[in-house]
Design a protein around this ligand. Structure first.
Ligand code: SF4
Ligand code: SF4
Length: 175
């Protein structure tokens, strides 16, 4: 069994305050809270006030190729681009890339020691657009290892193993 952490988004409750971006980037700064920069946040707001669009999106997997999906979707009278809903760190946009190293960012649901009661962005979202849930799911051990290997291999192909090792070493030295 594996504990699955889920953050649910209620787009209708989001008011575009961007507190989630600020606290995520501050929590992941080295040292913690020493700076905040939404470009380093693992949650980004698709923000189009003139269209009344406020859509928080979590950073998901890295992908080395962009897809061909460029459709438009109308939901509740609001027109969204297909990319707006995508969580991938992909070559066709700047979202979810660490600005200094260009390495992909991914939400870690605020892994922390001691563990947090709730992820930081959920705690700071005062309008309850973000809510947190934990549930148990059965997962094969081999499946988990395979996912990690695929992720590391594609990152190494794009950035080179040396750059990844350097960045990890730099980050652990700072923390
Ligand atoms: S903190 Fe909540 S309300 Fe504010 S932008 Fe983020 S999701 Fe939206
Ligand atoms: S759960 Fe944590 S790591 Fe993920 S976006 Fe929210 S604050 Fe950032």
């Amino acid at each position: 069994m594996k504990k699955v952490k889920v953050i649910k988004i209620d787009v209708d409750k989001c008011n575009g305050c961007r507190a989630c971006e600020l606290v995520c980037s501050a929590f992941h700064a080295s040292p913690k809270y020493s700076s905040n920069n939404p470009e380093r946040s693992r949650i980004r707001l698709i923000n189009e006030p003139l269209k009344d669009i406020y859509l928080p999106v979590y950073a998901g997997e890295y992908t080395k190729a962009e897809c061909t999906g460029r459709d438009k979707y109308v939901i509740d009278g609001k027109e969204y681009d297909e990319c707006d809903f995508c969580r991938a760190s992909c070559p066709s946009r700047t979202l979810f890339k660490e600005p200094d190293s260009d390495l992909p960012l991914k939400c870690d649901v605020c892994e922390s020691d001691p563990p947090l009661s709730e992820p930081m962005c959920v705690q700071w979202c005062l309008s309850d657009a973000l809510t947190y849930e934990e549930r148990e799911e059965e997962v094969e051990e081999e499946e988990k290892l395979e996912e990690m290997e695929i992720g590391l291999e594609s990152m190494a192909n794009k950035y080179g193993l040396e750059k990844i090792i350097d960045t990890v070493a730099r980050m652990s030295k700072k923390s």
